[in-house]
Design a protein around this ligand. Structure first.
Ligand SMILES: Cc1cc2nc3c(=O)[nH]c(=O)nc-3n(C[C@H](O)[C@H](O)[C@H](O)COP(=O)(O)O)c2cc1C
Length: 214
């Protein structure tokens, strides 16, 4: 059996964390690397990721994050941000392309620009929305790696975007003119009492409802 599949099968989105547990820097390095190595469309990596363990910030976020206790009891939160539409299109993506492709290769650069514009139009989405989608791919890559390290996770979409941005700017984490929160994931260690039932009782649709081989 695949080891990665085993981690996916056995992981749960943990709600109750041991508030004494700290993630070591060398573990964080591995988690960051799992995000960095994730594939993204045109290899643009259009995100930044902050690991927030500062209790003052977490306490302040708690009430805007649906009062989810994992926000204050976990070891910390990974927060993905993306650049806002204009900055992304005008500054970030052109710079990023030049990091990947030599500027002399104008036909390749034009090809990437055309390809990206095609996708946004065809899917009827903004560049910002496309960038947010890339964050979710990295979340999917992160979680089995965390499980392998014995670190529990819970993805978080349950927050109020506008106030979160304001709090993060107040603490000089982000620049709201350019950045907005895209996604989050709490990290830590489940409390011992997290019952066996919860960890084993993983619910999924049956294979036949989801897949068809043609
Ligand atoms: C993108 C995303 C956002 C989520 N947001 C929340 C959240 O805000 N709070 C929460 O308790 N769980 C959240 N979850 C966890 C899901 O509810 C959970 O993954 C799902 O019920 C399946 O359970 P499992 O992860 O334990 O297998 C989120 C999951 C994903 C993938």
């Amino acid at each position: 059996m695949s080891k990665v599949l085993e981690y996916l099968r056995n992981r749960r989105s943990i709600k109750n964390f041991n508030n004494k547990y700290n993630i070591e820097n060398k573990e964080l390095d591995i988690l960051f690397e799992s995000i960095r190595m994730s594939p993204t469309s045109f290899n643009m990596q259009p995100y930044k990721v902050y690991y927030i363990k500062n209790k003052e910030i977490l306490n302040e976020l708690h009430s805007y994050w649906w009062k989810q206790d994992s926000v204050i009891n976990s070891s910390g939160i990974l927060v993905w941000t993306v650049y806002k539409e204009d900055y992304l299109k005008e500054i970030y993506l052109p710079n990023q392309i030049l990091k990947m492709v030599p500027k002399e290769n104008s036909s390749r650069i034009e090809g990437i620009n055309k390809g990206m514009s095609y996708i946004m139009k065809d899917r009827n989405i903004s560049f910002e929305e496309w960038a947010i989608r890339q964050c979710y791919i990295t979340l999917g890559c992160l979680m089995p790696v965390a499980k392998e390290l014995g670190i529990d996770t819970c993805p978080i979409e349950g927050y109020k975007t506008s106030v979160t941005n304001e709090v993060l700017e107040k603490y000089n984490v982000i620049d709201m003119k350019k950045e907005t929160i895209a996604l989050a994931c709490v990290l830590g260690k489940a409390i011992e009492e997290q019952n066996e039932h919860f960890s084993k009782n993983k619910k999924r649709l049956p294979l036949e409802d989801l897949f068809k081989i043609i």
